[in-house]
Design a protein around this ligand. Structure first.
Ligand SMILES: Nc1ncnc2c1ncn2[C@@H]1O[C@H](COP(=O)(O)OP(=O)(O)O)[C@@H](O)[C@H]1O
Ligand SMILES: [Mg+2]
Length: 358
């Protein structure tokens, strides 16, 4: 294989697998390793039936392609690779000749739910930007007259001689202050990120220390770090704020006891708002609490959406906004017993700086 072909195949987001005439795996690209959750070393030479032990019908279909020589395409197919959750893929199987008379099978797999997710992200980000602009506009409009109200109440308080009447001006001032705080939350982070190369684990350890003191002892915080993760270009204070919001939410969802895990991983070929990134960092905040109520789930990233009696609903939109400002994205999957908030940040700058053309 030439260098160029190799590079093209390895960077392809489609999983490419080649099976010999005995349906033994003789080639797989990087995307296929990710999809199978097996390294090349573990997967090569395995039979199809060993790779997909629970999918006899698919194995039979591929045997038939070997015999008949007819290719097939299936748009939405559910596949479970080695005990993992099934994924929906678009599958293309093409018989090819190996140079002599033997047939080989070329299998191309594209994750479909990944596509759906990317489209959703694009739409979601546009929607959030619009909502945020609206909320900020309203907050701004209220802030000015509120300042006037508070100032007037203070003046009035000074003029009042009767102590019992001052109670009323204090209520006005107190409530104005409360509203002011709320408006600041609605306006969200108002400084531009000051990005620099940071170690994500230092950020997470800081978050860990901060929340540790707030929580009951029966909420356990675990860490699961990938120490090989390179530095990320981001504003550490903004990331700390975003993670604090996530971890506090997790703790509130857990109530008195449960587990929170901070997990770091890298992922390849991920799309954030229609831009493909070769390498990204994914930080998961996982809890084993009750999960996000189903009726709330589609709206949790919108401002003022809350499922808690004393909630205000700004934690997640602010965390999302901070992620976006740092070039990233916040995602969530939740079911009872496992809620995962994933903050994804690009790591592409490593390629731009370090990559030498081959
Ligand atoms: N880890 C979680 N588990 C269950 N529900 C969650 C979790 N994180 C957030 N939520 C839900 O999302 C809602 C919105 O969160 P957030 O924007 O931080 O606002 P608030 O915390 O003020 O309610 C929460 O009220 C809760 O219902
Ligand atoms: Mg919150």
């Amino acid at each position: 294989m030439t260098d160029t072909t190799h590079r093209a195949l390895e960077n392809l987001s489609t999983a490419v697998l080649l099976f010999d005439d005995q349906l033994r795996l003789c080639y797989l690209n990087h995307a296929a390793e990710v999809l199978l959750a097996r390294s090349r070393r573990q997967a090569l030479d395995l039979r199809l039936s060993e790779l997909l032990p629970h999918d006899q019908p698919f194995c039979t279909r591929l045997e038939n392609v070997l015999i008949s020589g007819h290719s097939f395409t299936e748009r939405e197919m559910s596949m479970a690779f080695g005990g993992a959750q099934p994924v929906t893929v678009c599958c293309m199987v093409t018989p090819v000749l190996d140079g002599s008379t033997q047939r080989e099978l070329l299998v191309e797999l594209v994750r479909v739910d990944n596509h759906l997710r990317i489209q959703r992200e694009g739409a979601l980000l546009a929607q959030h930007t619009a909502t945020r602009a609206l909320v900020r506009g309203v907050a701004h409009e209220i802030k000015n007259p509120l300042g006037g109200l508070r100032g007037a109440a203070q003046l009035l308080e000074r003029e009042l001689s009767e102590e019992s009447l001052k109670e009323y001006t204090r209520i006005i001032i107190g409530e104005a202050d409360r509203l002011h705080k709320l408006l600041d939350q609605m306006l969200g982070p108002n400084t531009l990120p000051r990005k620099r190369a940071i170690n994500i684990h230092e950020v997470l350890e800081r978050v860990h220390t901060l929340v540790r003191s707030e929580m009951t002892a029966s909420i356990e915080i675990h860490v699961d770090y990938d120490p090989s993760i390179p530095s990320v270009l981001a504003d550490p204070d903004q990331l700390i704020q975003a993670f604090l919001n996530l971890v506090r939410n997790a703790a509130q969802a857990l109530g008195t006891h449960g587990n929170i895990t901070l997990r770091t991983r890298t992922r390849r070929q991920v799309t954030i708002a229609s831009r493909r990134h070769r390498l990204v960092l994914q930080v998961d905040v996982v809890d084993d609490g009750p999960g996000i109520p189903a009726d709330l789930a589609p709206y949790i990233f919108l401002p003022m959406v809350t499922g808690r009696a004393d909630g205000v609903g700004f934690g997640l939109p602010i965390a999302q906004s901070l992620s976006n400002q740092n070039g990233g994205l916040l995602e969530c999957v939740s079911q009872p017993g496992e809620t995962i908030f994933s903050l994804i940040l690009p790591l592409d700058h490593h390629f731009q700086q370090n990559e030498q053309p081959k």
